[in-house]
Write a protein of this length. Structure first.
Length: 756
C-alpha cells in the first residue's frame, strides 16, 4: 500500500515526512522564535533534546537539570528514585512523616532558585543582559568623558568575596582579589559585571613552557620603537585590528607580537633606515615563528599550548610581506601562510565542535570576549589576507569559506576600549544580531539578499569579507584552460550572479559613503554609525571626531578599491592579460618555438574578441574608477611621496597595477587608432568618450555610462584627454605608475614590463 507523505509548505524547503507529528515538529524550525539557543556557543537548535546532547559536549557542568528537577535530592527520595523538591524538608518526607536528610556533599547546596527564561546567559553572577546594564546605570554616568579611565578606582571590601575563575597568566596558582589587582581596577558600579562579587583566579592549567622566543625581540618600546608603534596604530591597526590594544601590556610572551607591530610601523615610516630595520626584524621573526609552528602537533590547543600571540605574530608577518611588495619576502610569507593554516587545522581551530576554556561558567566576561574575538579575528583576517595573496599571485585561496564558523567579531569600538568603564558602556550599544551569526552564514545568506544584510547596520569590514568571499567563484569562472568554451552559457549565468552580488555591495557602500555626518549627533548615523569606530579618542578634546572620521574614510577607500579590483577580475581575464604583457619581452628561443607562437596568437585573438564586448568597456570603467579614487584620496599625492602614500593598504597598489594592465591591453589591441597614428584624415563618427567624467555618483552620468557600455564599441575612449591607443600606452601607464611606490615589486609581477 502506498504510504502517505506529509510535505512541508515552507518556501524552498520541500522536505516530507511519513508522520504528521514529525512534520509539525519540523515546521516549528522555520520560525526563529521557536529555536533554542546554546548559552555557551550560541548555536541554535529546533529540539530541546538536541540542545541537551550538544550541551554535554561542553562538559557536564553546562548541562542543565531537566525541567522540574531539583539540583539535590534527599536520601529517602534518592533511594526510592522519586521526585524531590530539594527543600530543607522535602514535601515527600513531610507527607510520610519521616526524617528528611541529605548527603554530606549536598548539605551546603541551597534549594534551586527558579530559572529566569528572559536571561539565559545570566549565570554564575558574572553577567547580565544589556537591558539590565542600562537600568542599573547610576545617574550622571556618561560614556562621553573617558578622562577618568586611567585613574585607580576602589572596589568595596567585602569579608567573604566569592572567587571568579579567569585566565590571566601562569605564574601563580593563588586566588587574587580584584581589589588587590592593578589589572582590573574599576569603579564601584553595577552593570554588565557585578564588581562586588568578583575575584580573579589564575587558570590551573599552565601554558606550554616550550615557547622560547628570540631574546633579541623587543619587549617594551624605546623612543624610536614608540614612534613606530604610533604609526602602527594610526595607519595599520584599524585596517587589520588583530591585536587587542588594551591588554597588550599584560599578555605573556608579548615580545613576538610587539616586535611584529614595531616592524610594521617602521616600514610605514618610509625612511631608508626604518625600512632596513623592518626587514631585519622580519627576517628574525619569520625564522622564529616558523621554528615554533613546526613544533605544534594535533595534541596542542589554541590559546593554551599553542599561544594566540604566536599565531597573531605569524599573521602580522604575512600581511607585512604584502606591504613590502618584495617578491622574495612575499614568497616566504606565502609559505608561512600555508604553515599557519595547516597548524590551525591540525589543532582543531576551524572545527566548530571544539570546546574552549573560556566557555566554562564564571569566566570573566570582558576577558572571555577578548579570547573569543582573538579567535574570530585570527580566522577572519587570515581569510582576508589569503584572498589578497591569491589575487596578487593569480592563485586559488587556501582557506575555505566553510571553515569560518566563528561569529561576527565585535566592533572596532569595543575592541579598542581604554578601560573597563568605557568597555561596559560600549558593550551595551553593540549590535545584538552579530552574536547570532557566523561569518560563513552571513556571507552565504547574502546571495539571497538576506534581511540581515538589508536591514541591519552592516560594518565596512563585513562588506570587505563579502567581497573576499567572491574570489573562489571568480577563480572557477575565469578562463584558466586553453580558451575552452564548454558550458559557456553556465559561465555567463554565474558571472551575472557574481555581478549582481557586487552591485548590491556597491549600493550599500555608496549609502555609507554619502550619508550626512553631523557633529551634534556624531556616532548615530543611519547606514554606518560612526560610534562603532570610536577608539582611544578623548571626547572632551576639540576635534576628536576628525580622527574617527579619518578612520572610517580609510576603510571606505580600501573597500571601494577592493570592489573595483574584484570587478576587474570578473570582467577581464587578468591571467591572459598578464601573459600578453610577458609576450612583449620574449627571448629568442620563445620567439621561434612553434607551440609558443600558436599560444600567443590564440591569446591575441581572444583579447581582440573581448575588446568588442560590453564586458571590456565595463572593465575599463572600473579601471578608471580605481585611478580616480586614488586621485581624489588626497591632493598631497601631487606633491610627491609622503607618509600618507606609504601607509595605504597594499591592495590599493595591486588594484592600480591590475587597472593599468587592463587599460594597456585595451589600448594595444583595440581596432580604433587615434589621430596621431592614423595615416589619413580620420572620419569622426562619434565624439571621444572621457571616462573620468563618469566616476562621480550622478544619475545622468550613470545613464550615459550604461549606454556607452552597451553600444559604444565604435566610440573612441580617453582618460584625462589621452586616447586609448597603442601609441599612447606608455602615457596611459604613467597615470597609474605615479601612485605605486617604486620599490613595490609586485606591480611588475601583476603587469610584467609595464612599470620598468
Amino acid at each position: 500500500m502506498e504510504s502517505r507523505q506529509f510535505h512541508c509548505q515552507a518556501e524552498n524547503c520541500g522536505r516530507s515526512f511519513t508522520r504528521k507529528e514529525h512534520l509539525t515538529r519540523h515546521e516549528r524550525s522555520h520560525n526563529a522564535a521557536n529555536l533554542q539557543t546554546c548559552h555557551v556557543c550560541h548555536r541554535k537548535f529546533n529540539r530541546s533534546d538536541s540542545l541537551l546532547r550538544h550541551l554535554a559536549k561542553h562538559g557536564s557542568v553546562f548541562k542543565p537539570n531537566p525541567s522540574g528537577r531539583s539540583k539535590r535530592a534527599c536520601i529517602t527520595c534518592h533511594a526510592g528514585k522519586t521526585k524531590c523538591d530539594g527543600n530543607e524538608k522535602c514535601s515527600t518526607c513531610l507527607k510520610r512523616g519521616i526524617d528528611c536528610r541529605y548527603r554530606t556533599q549536598d548539605e551546603n547546596q541551597p534549594p534551586s532558585p527558579p530559572v529566569e527564561q528572559d536571561h539565559p546567559m545570566d549565570w554564575q553572577g558574572s553577567t547580565s543582559s544589556r537591558s539590565s546594564a542600562k537600568e542599573q546605570e547610576p545617574p550622571g554616568r556618561s560614556s562621553a568623558n573617558p578622562t577618568n579611565l586611567g585613574n585607580p578606582a576602589h572596589l568595596p571590601q567585602t569579608p567573604d568575596e566569592p572567587l571568579l575563575e579567569v585566565s590571566i597568566g601562569n605564574d601563580t596558582q593563588q586566588a587574587l582579589s580584584l581589589t588587590s589587582s592593578s589589572l582590573f581596577q574599576v569603579p564601584n558600579i553595577h552593570g554588565l559585571v557585578d564588581w562586588s562579587a568578583v575575584k580573579i583566579r589564575t587558570d590551573s592549567a599552565a601554558a606550554d613552557a616550550s615557547l622560547v622566543l628570540d631574546p633579541n625581540l623587543e619587549n617594551r618600546p624605546d623612543s624610536t620603537s614608540a614612534t613606530y608603534l604610533e604609526l602602527y596604530y594610526a595607519h595599520f591597526h584599524h585596517r587589520w585590528p588583530i591585536v587587542h590594544r588594551p591588554s597588550l601590556a599584560e599578555e605573556p610572551s608579548i615580545g613576538i607580537v610587539f616586535s611584529s607591530m614595531t616592524m610594521i610601523g617602521a616600514w610605514l615610516d618610509g625612511s631608508v633606515e626604518a625600512k632596513k630595520r623592518a626587514l631585519d626584524s622580519h627576517e628574525t621573526l619569520i625564522t622564529d615563528i616558523t621554528s615554533q609552528l613546526s613544533k605544534v602537533t594535533a595534541k596542542d590547543k589554541f590559546q593554551h599550548s599553542l599561544p594566540a600571540c604566536l599565531c597573531q605574530a605569524a599573521l602580522l608577518n604575512i600581511i607585512f610581506g604584502l606591504y613590502t611588495g618584495l617578491q622574495s619576502i612575499v614568497s616566504q610569507t606565502m609559505m608561512l601562510r600555508n604553515t599557519l593554516v595547516a597548524v590551525l587545522r591540525d589543532v582543531g581551530f576551524f572545527d566548530p565542535d571544539s570546546v574552549w576554556v573560556d566557555e566554562k561558567p564564571g569566566f570573566f566576561l570582558p576577558l572571555k570576549l577578548v579570547r573569543v574575538n582573538q579567535r574570530m579575528r585570527l580566522a577572519a583576517y587570515l581569510y582576508k589576507i589569503d584572498t589578497c595573496l591569491g589575487l596578487v599571485r593569480n592563485q586559488p585561496a587556501v582557506l575555505m569559506l566553510e571553515e569560518l564558523h566563528y561569529g561576527l567579531q565585535n566592533t572596532y569600538s569595543l575592541w579598542n576600549c581604554d578601560g573597563l568603564l568605557l568597555w561596559e558602556d560600549r558593550q551595551a550599544t553593540e549590535p545584538i544580531f552579530r552574536t547570532d551569526k557566523s561569518l560563513y552564514n552571513m556571507i552565504s545568506e547574502s546571495v539571497s539578499e538576506s534581511i540581515i544584510f538589508r536591514e541591519y547596520p552592516i560594518l565596512i569590514e563585513d562588506i570587505q569579507f563579502y567581497i573576499c568571499s567572491i574570489q573562489p567563484s571568480i577563480w572557477k569562472v575565469s578562463d584558466h584552460g586553453e580558451y575552452s568554451s564548454d558550458c559557456e552559457i553556465s559561465i555567463v549565468l554565474q558571472k551575472d550572479t557574481l555581478r549582481r552580488r557586487l552591485e548590491l555591495l556597491k549600493d550599500r557602500l555608496n549609502l555609507m559613503a554619502t550619508q550626512n555626518v553631523d557633529n551634534v549627533e556624531f556616532g548615530q548615523e543611519p547606514y554606518l554609525p560612526y560610534r562603532h569606530y570610536f577608539g582611544y579618542e578623548n571626547p572632551s578634546e576639540p576635534g576628536w571626531q576628525n580622527t574617527v572620521t579619518a578612520r572610517v574614510k580609510d576603510l571606505l577607500f580600501d573597500t571601494s578599491i577592493l570592489y573595483n579590483l574584484f570587478s576587474l577580475y570578473l570582467y577581464a581575464d587578468i591571467g591572459t592579460f598578464n601573459k600578453l604583457a610577458k609576450d612583449q619581452t620574449l627571448d629568442a628561443l620563445q620567439e621561434v618555438v612553434q607551440r609558443h607562437r600558436h599560444e600567443r596568437e590564440q591569446r591575441q585573438f581572444h583579447v581582440r574578441k573581448w575588446i568588442e564586448t560590453p564586458t571590456a568597456r565595463q572593465a575599463l570603467c572600473h579601471a578608471v574608477a580605481i585611478l580616480q579614487t586614488h586621485q581624489n584620496q588626497s591632493t598631497i599625492f601631487q606633491a610627491g611621496l609622503t607618509i600618507k602614500q606609504f601607509t595605504l593598504d597594499p591592495m590599493a597598489y595591486a588594484a592600480l597595477a591590475v587597472a593599468a594592465l587592463v587599460v594597456w591591453t585595451y589600448s594595444m589591441f583595440a581596432k580604433l587608432p587615434c589621430e596621431a597614428c592614423f595615416t589619413g584624415s580620420r572620419v569622426i563618427v562619434f565624439h571621444d568618450i572621457e571616462l573620468t567624467h563618469w566616476t562621480a555618483f550622478d544619475s545622468q552620468s550613470e545613464k550615459e555610462k550604461e549606454m556607452w557600455i552597451e553600444t559604444g564599441a565604435d566610440a573612441p575612449a580617453q582618460i584625462h584627454g589621452i586616447e586609448l591607443c597603442m601609441c599612447n600606452s606608455d602615457l596611459l601607464t604613467n597615470l597609474f605608475r605615479i601612485y605605486i611606490p617604486p620599490d613595490w615589486e609586485l606591480a611588475n609581477v601583476i603587469a610584467p614590463g609595464l612599470f620598468d
